[in-house]
Structure formats: C-alpha cells, structure tokens
Design a protein around this ligand. Structure first.
Ligand SMILES: Cc1cc2nc3c(=O)[nH]c(=O)nc-3n(C[C@H](O)[C@H](O)[C@H](O)COP(=O)(O)O)c2cc1C
Length: 266
C-alpha cells in the first residue's frame, strides 16, 4: 500500500527513544517524514489526527514496565482512521514487561492498525558515570538494527493493498499488564555550585517541574524522575542525592549489566 507520509511521534526526555525512531525512519526511506516530538508539555495540547494514507511510528520509553502514564491520555486521544502504526518501546536494559502490548492496545483503541512492534534498549535514565547501565545505547549496532527493521516495515507495507490486509497480533505480552504505572514522588536532585542558571533544565523538563528563574526550585509532585535535567545540564551541575533513585541506579548497574538485544515483531 502507498502512504503519503510517515509521522514519527515520540516522547523522549533523554533522547534515546528519539534516536531509535529516527533510525527506523531511515530504514523506511519515505520522502515525506514528519516529526512530532511530544516530550514537552506544550506539544501535548493538540490532539493528533491521522488517516489511512499515513504511517504512524510511535515511540515511548518504558517506565516501571509500562507506557509512561503521562502520555497515555494524549495517545488515547489520537484520532486515527485505519492508520497503519508501528509501536516502539525503548527500555533501559532491565525489562519492558507488557509496555509494547499496552502501546499496541492504546493505538488500536484509537483507530490504528498496528503493523509491527519493537523493543529497543536505551541508556537507562538513572545511569550515571559511576553506575552506568546500558551506557551510550542505542549504539551503532542498535541503530543498524533499527534501520533494518524500518526496511522490513516498508516491505510489509509494499506487499499489501490496504490497511485492512494487515494481519492481527504479532506483538507478545499479557493482559492485565505487569508493571506499575505509578511513579515515585521523590526529592532526589542536588544542584551544585557549577549551576549558572542558564535555564536548560527547565527547558528540557517534560512536566514543567523546574522554575525557569530558579533551577534549584523543583516541584517533586510534578517530577517524573526522567533525569533529563541531570543528563542535559551543560555544566554537569545536577546530580542525584543519596536515596531512592541513587540506590536504584546502583542496583540497576549491578543487576542489569548483561547486554540485552533489540527485538522486533512483524
Ligand atoms: C521512572 C522511570 C522508570 C523506568 N522504568 C524502566 C523499566 O521498567 N525497565 C527498564 O528497562 N527501563 C526503565 N527505565 C529506563 C528507560 O526506559 C530508558 O532509559 C529509556 O531509554 C529512556 O528513554 P528516553 O531517552 O527516550 O527518555 C525507566 C526510566 C524512568 C525514568
């Protein structure tokens, strides 16, 4: 089937999900690719409308084995009409549990026809230089895999005349979903003297939890512990205080150091 465009939709506070879906898009090789980055709160105001003539690629990170609760409302509101869709989850080398089938269910529920799914590995949000987990992933091998997955999606689309011919259910998973969509409410970010109040942290925060005028003022009720502000601080002024998140970082580093590989389902 012919598609007029590919829409790449992603939520990606620390950039690994974005890198993966862009890799997939390179493999799909469509001349008309539109990016819809829903990481920032202002990008999740307008609902998305799509038609049968488009291919939707939706990528989210795995949070506690689930699709991040923060984006489910926006995803549920997508207005699709038989739109072929690719479901992509990116996880930090621990587990993705049922996040992929959850994403498939959400997209099916709003009128999409899932054509493929994949789980990739990205550097864990809680990874630090001292306790790295899946450091620098997706790496060249992962991105090569993503491009090859993209080519396979294209071949699958080329082999059918319309979205009605997409066969059901290649994506594995259980219902009710494992994992827990409830995140921690925790005061875990230390701001050091190197901070120059440039405001980058507030800009990259996906939930508006940081005061743009005072980067030490963090609303812990809004914070989703994504660590974008830590990882993207140009002065490396933000670190983890001792406690829940730093302990988790050490635990992940200790227990999940064995490299996992991407998987796709077509
Ligand atoms: C609150 C939270 C929960 C997470 N839960 C999981 C998980 O259950 N399994 C896992 O392997 N990685 C987990 N991660 C790690 C992210 O899925 C991973 O780092 C991903 O690559 C981040 O995507 P991004 O770079 O697009 O933000 C979690 C990260 C955060 C912030």
């Amino acid at each position: 089937m012919k598609t007029e465009s590919v829409k790449l939709v992603y939520f990606s506070p620390t950039g690994t999900t974005k890198a993966v879906v862009q890799g997939i898009a390179r493999g799909i090789q469509h001349e008309n690719v539109e990016l819809l980055d829903i990481t920032r709160p202002d990008a999740r105001v307008q609902p998305l409308e799509t038609s049968e003539n488009e291919l939707l690629v939706v990528g989210v990170p795995v949070y506690m084995g689930r699709v991040p609760a923060l984006v489910t409302e926006w995803l549920h509101a997508i207005a699709a009409r038989n739109t072929p869709a690719v479901c992509v989850v990116v996880y930090g080398n621990r587990v993705y549990d049922d996040a992929l089938i959850e994403l498939e269910d959400i997209l099916t529920g709003c009128g999409c026809r899932p054509i493929a799914g994949a789980a990739y590995i990205g550097e864990h949000s809680f990874s630090t230089d001292e306790t790295p987990t899946a450091k620098d992933r997706p790496d060249a091998g992962d991105l090569h895999h993503a491009e090859s997955f993209g080519r396979k999606i294209r071949e699958k689309l080329d082999a059918i005349a319309s979205a009605d011919q997409i066969p059901d259910g290649a994506i594995p998973g259980c219902r009710p979903y494992r994992g827990d969509s409830k995140l921690w409410t925790v005061d875990f970010i230390a701001v050091g003297d190197a901070c120059v109040r440039c405001g980058t942290c507030a800009e990259v925060c996906p939930v508006g939890a940081i005061d743009p005028e005072d980067s030490t003022a963090i609303d812990t009720k809004k914070c989703i512990t994504c660590c974008a502000c830590i990882k993207r601080c140009p002065k490396h002024a933000r670190t983890m205080k001792p406690g829940l998140v730093r302990d988790a970082s050490l635990r992940l580093h200790t227990l999940y150091s064995e490299r996992k590989e991407p998987e796709y389902f077509l």
